[in-house]
Design a protein around this ligand. Sequence first.
Ligand code: PEP
Length: 249
Amino acid sequence: MRTKMVAGNWKMNMTLQEGVVLATELKNQVVNPSCAVVIGTPFIHLATVAELLKDSPIAVAAENCADKEKGAYTGEVSAAMVASTGAEYCILGHSERRAYYGETYEILKDKVELALANNLRPIFCIGEVKEEREAGKQNEVVKAQLEGSVFHLSAEDFGKIVLAYEPVWAIGTGLTATPEQAQEIHAYIRGLVAEKYGEQVAEDCTILYGGSCNAKNAAELFANPDVDGGLIGGASLKAADFCAIIAAR
Ligand code: PEP
């Protein structure tokens, strides 16, 4: 049985104090969830929030890590540093990092390897931009993203990865993929995993949907057989909204 999951991505929101308030609310409200729950926080929050949530069912993710192991890279945060905070996951390949920080397939490949080497589970994001969807190229885009950064992994390492399909045109826009669009491409992605690693690895692979997923549309997205949960941006910033999405899973 593959893991169902709802993961939050706070992005560059929340002071440390605000983050502690939100994490405390979540700790109090997420008591016995029917799926895995993860919150992705800015680096600065990780140690405090991981400590606060250590006896709760909520795990913590970084939103990024460096593509270098250690050394003279001023301002960077290594996978080992992330792991030392108690975080268990690391969001990698988010479209905002690809678009604004020039993260290429090769850079992401290095980040994925470093995350895994430090016992962090990557939540690896893939997805097409609007023009690519309009040109019907979404399948080839996600295939290239997987081949470029994660399909070189052993089956054992690949099994530690959570995939998140996030159509870029749906992120933060209020536009959501229809349940049919989500199911179609999630099934395609699972098929690619099956071709590469076999049916069992594909069957066990958690594939999240992300892109304006909220308390209203979560249930119909999650009802699809290949949509195992959500990666949630804006709606993860309020405990009530995030808890309603967890309840829909
Ligand atoms: C995201 O950034 O991962 C995301 C899904 O954002 P939103 O839910 O705000 O569209």
